[in-house]
Design a protein around this ligand. Structure first.
Ligand code: ZN
Length: 888
């Protein structure tokens, strides 16, 4: 073997994750024989590199591998390499595949099902004793999952994934072979396949124009955009349900790495450990493991000469809703990397004086222990992103191979400790009694826990716990289960461990939100039982269903009265309307068949063709129905069949996406309208209700500037749009304002209302927390709600009336006098915080949270907080639904 070949080979060994340059080898004429031998080794020669497959090297400036191309490449390697098997994770929201390549040594791939089965046994220590676990760990492979670019515009990792797969499938250096022998690597090249298509389409369409690499005017997921990675425990989106099923019930990796991108002008790369605070529910070993593996990545990056690597900063893992934090509660070591962005695929140049720190863990951009060698500035390209990502992954895989047995054993031990803690109590169980205000939402809560691999048991006989009696049919979540931390963090109250360094210093705010307690957000009664109790006979739930209710009373009645509590009550209305019936709200209680129907129950005149709908409402939604003789009562309020518009700004408004998601889920028809529609006016002719998503008024009015996006997407609704909305309301329309868009309505209609939360500046600090909310369920906007409930509040609004000054406002001319104001809900008057972090309680205690104002012949509804927050805050969905139902 000549020296030249040896050198080439050596460079391959050092850089196994880089593309092998066959060209280089061919230049060495004396090595024809050796190369021939090399090329004819099994499989190697048949596997095309990404460059051969895509026609360009991954990370080439302004070139992107498409979703279809990546799928084809992964399929190709699965057919050509005995190290690779391809599996499907599930279909996306828009029906695309999510693929995963499982890569390991050929003997592991042949043995894959038994490795997988052993892994699932290790995940549940209740069925595996310590001795057997140790024996298993001695030979079991580490399972490491790597997912790319759930945030689709953070696109570099999807490109790197092709080279990663190629190297793992083809490289023959000792380092790679050791990895393959010890690790089962799962590569998910596109965590957001829909978004990848949207982003690449937009990028390619604008390539070569002034808008190349600029913002896309819509979300990179049909509903959630960036929030696709804020849905991991709620699983409202198909992508997150699929991933949870894959991670928790199919493969259960010991390690899960997700690869993201961050801003262009800071550090180049972030690796774990993350920063404070930590969620104390998780086993401390998980933080040590994350730090260890993060450092293995950092070390490899440094060895490769990649500067600007940061750790222990900025990103906390307090909140469990990220795809890479929810698995922490399942004893999976979660790792996040972030690499400095380019403009999608177009390179950027960052000068030294543009580089910034300015966040937790890196106040100034200068060398320090967690950032030993700052990047000096210069040109930064998509290829740099690919190189950094591959270097980090190589460090991770090297470490997981070297510490294979420890990582496997840790996984088992963490599960075992969770079971033991649960058995000791404090808490011992969560109990979900069968009598619930909102059966539809109770089932949703139980299903998201079951989808999160939490075991729920249904009591078959009555029992007592903590001295309280519970009937048969009560659901019990015993905490002696391996994912105790996960269920505990979702169901218990959060007390955010935030602080300020000095009384007037900046708040140590969470990276995401401070409180999420699901029973509060969803309005489900969940009882925490601290002490152990004797379990009644139970059966394990495979899925939660709503206990069917019945249709009582007359079979051919004059009318039906239908219980309409909670969110099922809203679906009932929509199904009745769709069936051609004419439902109305009862404004008074109705007693029939020994049952009292509260105001807000549905009254609907008998209609032969609606019989089956009514029966299915009782059966599927669990809402009691009585058929009653005679004419419907007089005291009813008609329910409008509102023609609903949802305003869709061209500014990637996530709240707009979640609003559409909510309306789709709860069976409301609606039309999306854009700036063009709003500016054109004549809105009243087309719609009865217009919903403005949460956005600052300025953003709604101005949109993106003309130099950021093509002309048809620039400029917002403009003053002309505001005028059109004013006319819409004055002539009988209903304007529904979500959160901050309330401020637009207050200004536009000169409502005599102050938003005291907005005026409070930093005296009020609520970075996403759950607050006490008092509603008056006798008011139509609050029909179907519980009087004492909870609001999710995140830099939201609290309203106070401005005392009347003769006329409703001081402006003349165009002023619109407000003729009636009604507070529908207000924040609690004391002990306002239910979960999370609140500073400045006195500023919002008792203040109005939801206000309805009459303007002309129309209405403005100000929903001062996110009533449909990420599809999580079920307790307050009805405020939006009722605002639609009362519009006409
Ligand atoms: Zn991201």
């Amino acid at each position: 073997m000549s020296r030249a070949f040896t050198l080439s080979f050596a460079s391959f060994v050092v850089k196994p994750f880089g593309i092998i340059r066959m060209v280089k080898l061919q230049r060495v004429g004396a090595l024809v024989v050796a190369i021939t031998v090399w090329l004819t080794l099994p499989l190697r020669a048949e596997i095309p590199s990404p460059e051969e497959h895509f026609g360009f090297r991954m990370g080439t400036d302004r070139q992107l591998a498409s979703a279809e191309g990546i799928e084809q490449y992964f399929e190709l390697l699965a057919t050509q390499s005995d190290r690779v098997r391809l599996v499907d994770v599930g279909l996306t929201t828009e029906g695309h595949r999510t693929i995963a390549a499982i890569v390991s040594a050929p003997e592991n791939i042949r043995n894959l099902e038994s490795i997988r089965a052993a892994n699932m046994r290790l995940a549940d220590p209740r069925t595996l004793g310590p001795d057997e676990a140790r024996r298993l760990a001695a030979t079991q492979k580490t399972v490491v999952a790597i997912g790319a670019s759930i945030h689709a515009s953070e696109i570099g990792a999807t490109q790197a994934a092709n080279e990663l797969l190629y190297t793992l499938a083809s490289a023959r250096d000792p380092g790679t072979l050791t990895v393959l022998q010890n690790v089962v690597v799962i590569v998910i090249p596109l965590l957001n396949p829909d978004g990848h298509r949207l982003v690449t389409d937009w990028y390619n369409k604008n390539k070569g124009t002034p808008f190349e690499g600029g913002p896309m005017p819509w979300l990179y997921h049909k509903y959630a955009g960036h929030d696709i990675n804020r849905d991991a425990f709620m699983m409202n989106l198909a992508e997150n349900r699929n991933l949870a099923r894959f991670l928790y019930t199919s493969w259960h990796p010991q390690v899960f790495l997700t690869m993201h991108q961050m801003e262009e002008n800071g550090p180049r790369f972030f690796v774990p450990p993350n920063t404070d605070p930590i969620d104390l529910n998780y086993d401390p070993l998980i933080w040590r493991s994350a730090a260890f593996l993060g450092d293995a990545m950092a070390m490899e990056l440094q060895r490769d000469g990649h500067t600007g690597v940061l750790s222990n900063a900025k990103y906390d893992y307090y909140w469990p809703g990220f795809e890479d934090s929810a698995p922490l509660g399942h004893n999976t070591v979660c790792l996040l990397t972030e690499v400095a962005s380019v403009d999608i695929a177009s390179p950027v140049t960052i000068t030294a004086n543009e580089l910034r720190g300015g966040f937790k863990g890196l106040t100034d951009y200068r060398p320090q222990i967690n950032f030993p060698q700052p990047w000096p500035g210069g040109r930064w390209t998509l290829r740099d992103i690919v190189d950094y990502d591959l270097s980090a992954v190589r460090g991770l895989l090297t470490a997981t191979a070297a510490y294979r047995e420890q990582l496997v054993q840790n996984f088992y031990d963490m599960g075992r400790r969770a079971v033991e803690s649960g058995a000791r109590g404090g808490p011992f169980a969560f109990i979900i009694p069968p009598e619930q205000h909102d059966p539809h939402t109770t089932a949703k809560l139980e299903n998201l826990l079951i989808d999160g691999a939490i075991e729920i048991h249904r009591a078959l006989e009555p029992f007592r716990a903590d001295g309280e009696p519970y009937p048969a049919g009560t659901d019990i979540i015993f905490l002696a289960q391996p994912y105790r931390a996960y269920v505990k963090t979702l169901l218990e109250r959060q007390t955010y461990p935030g602080h300020r360094a000095t009384a007037s210093g900046p708040a140590d705010r969470p990276y995401d939100v401070a409180g999420w307690t699901l029973p509060k957000q969803m309005g489900v009664n969940v009882v925490t039982v601290d002490r152990s109790f004797e379990s009644p006979p139970t059966s394990r739930l495979s899925g939660a269903t709503i206990a069917p209710a019945a249709v009582w009373g007359e079979r051919k009645p004059g009318y039906w009265v239908i219980e309409a509590n909670g969110n099922g009550g809203a679906i009932a209305v929509n199904r009745l309307v769709a069936a051609g019936a004419v439902p109305a709200w009862s404004a008074i209680p109705i007693e029939t068949g020994g049952f009292r129907y509260e105001p807000g129950s549905i009254v609907v005149p008998y209609l032969k063709t609606a019989e089956s709908t009514v029966a299915s409402i009782a059966r599927e939604l669990g809402l009691r129905v009585d058929g009653v003789k005679g004419k419907p009562p007089q005291s009813v309020r008609p329910i409008g069949r509102a023609r609903v518009a949802v305003y869709k700004p061209w500014t990637e408004n996530i709240d707009e996406g979640w609003t559409r998601w909510l309306l789709d889920q709860y069976e409301f028809p609606y039309t999306s309208i854009t700036d063009t529609d709003i500016r054109a006016g004549n809105l009243r002719g087309r719609f009865d209700a217009i919903i403005l998503p949460n956005s600052s008024p300025d953003r709604l009015v101005s949109g993106y500037p003309a130099d950021a996006v093509p002309a048809q997407y620039a400029g917002g609704m403009t003053a002309a749009g505001i005028d059109a909305i004013k006319t819409f309301v004055r002539t009988g329309g209903t304007l529904i304002c979500l959160s901050q868009s309330s401020d637009l309505a207050i200004a536009a209609f000169e409502l005599p209302i102050r938003d005291v939360a907005r005026e409070a500046d930093d005296r009020l600090f609520v970075p996403g927390s759950i607050l006490k909310l008092e509603v008056d369920p006798s008011k139509p906007l609050a029909y179907g709600m519980e009087p004492h409930t909870a609001a999710f509040f995140a830099f939201s609004s609290a309203f106070d009336a401005i005392p009347a000054r003769g006329s409703a406002n001081g402006h003349g001319g165009d002023a619109v006098p407000a003729v009636g104001m009604d507070t529908v809900a207000h924040y609690g008057s004391r002990d306002v915080l239910l979960s999370g972090w609140l500073e400045g309680e006195e500023l919002i205690a008792g203040r109005a949270a939801v206000v309805q104002a009459s303007v002309g012949t129309g209405h403005v509804v100000l929903l001062g907080f996110p009533v449909q927050h990420r599809g999580q805050s079920h307790a307050t969905f009805r405020l939006l639904f009722n605002a639609i139902f009362t519009a006409r």
